[in-house]
Design a protein around this ligand. Sequence first.
Ligand SMILES: [Fe+2]
Ligand SMILES: [Fe+2]
Ligand SMILES: [Fe+2]
Length: 440
Amino acid sequence: MASKAIQTVRAGVLDASLYDDLSTSALPRVSRGAILTALSRAFDLAEGRRPGHAQRVAYVGVALAEDLGLTGHRLEEVFFGCLLHDVGMAATAPVTRDGPTPLRPGARGLAAVPQGGWADVIEALTLHCEQGANVARRLGLGETVARAVASHHDCWDGSGIGANPGEKLTQVARIVAVADRVETMFDGEGSPLIVRRRGPRMVREMGGTEIDPELAERMATLASRDEFWLGFYDNDLAASLMGLNYGGVMGREELFDFLGVISDVVDGRNGRETGRGRRVAELARRVALTCDMPERRADLVKVAALLQDLGTLGVPAHVLSKPDILSIEEMGTVQMHPTYARDILSEVPGLGAPAWWVGCHHERVDGKGYPGMLEGDEVPVEAQVIGLCEAFDALTSDRPYRKAMTRDDAMEVLRGLSGTRFDGRVVDAFDTAEGPFTAP
Ligand SMILES: [Fe+2]
Ligand SMILES: [Fe+2]
Ligand SMILES: [Fe+2]
């Protein structure tokens, strides 16, 4: 019987009904813009930013672009450039000449000074610009968006440290750079009342030095209107941005491909081989079918599996790559990752159920898992399928300290976890899943 404290946690935080949006009968018809609006909160975590930074940058960028008369595809390019400008921070842990884990313990993001000093800061900045541009390309958002991401730390006249120093920035890139710097300045001020009063003057002062003087003037005028500030501080900003549905609604294969790129980003951040997450997700879909789930529900299991470790973007890089045993505090941070991902994904219309499964993928049927210590049937079968496929793939992959296990040896390990980590029926279903496994 669970203690009262645990029951309280379950009731307040892990109430499955909160995520029951009846979405399990079909893949959601969701746009690229809606998904990336939600996922941008994970990119904020990777950069150590206050939640909503990328969304507010997108709001500022779109407002400025509209003020300049941009419409249609150009407007969407500004939107995606703003949302993704720092996705490169998520794509990889910053790397120095001496190898990974350059940040001081306890520090996160570019605000932290790497152990190697400012040379490493510049290297990390350049790297995340290039990595981010590659992610934008792989997501199919086009070269203009990729170039804007690559040059978001450049100065408006082409000087600076982006991917193409000396090259004059495109209009989209200049808008993205202005939006990022302006949001950072506004957010750093703290009090909305002070920002509202001083904002326009502060923006004008940045013109000609940090940002394009023409855009600074337009931005300052924009920032003198109450309407702009009501949007900037709107609690429903995420929903408004999702409602734009930029980038078009994705079909089944497009959605899998799109989320596969995000899965690769997370794999990179965790130091895993590219494609591992996609492999686990496809296996999870197959096992879900063996558990008698209909095709569409199995597709949703694949969606959840692709995004299962999205929340690790919120775990500091030095913790993720620490070769030693984690401290209790560090372990607590790592164990937040299902919760981060669940909260982020549950914002996307139609992804309530996968968000719940992702939130439970480290639960155990014996009640010793995290974050909610759910027991027995409380642990969703879908979450168990994801956890089982992840464990199988880990066992059958080479590790620095051991060779990959054979399929039979891995199955023996998993059978040993029946009744503790997993429900024995799910392990049996896994064993009979059709199709070839990747293990030797
Ligand atoms: Fe950046
Ligand atoms: Fe930023
Ligand atoms: Fe995980």
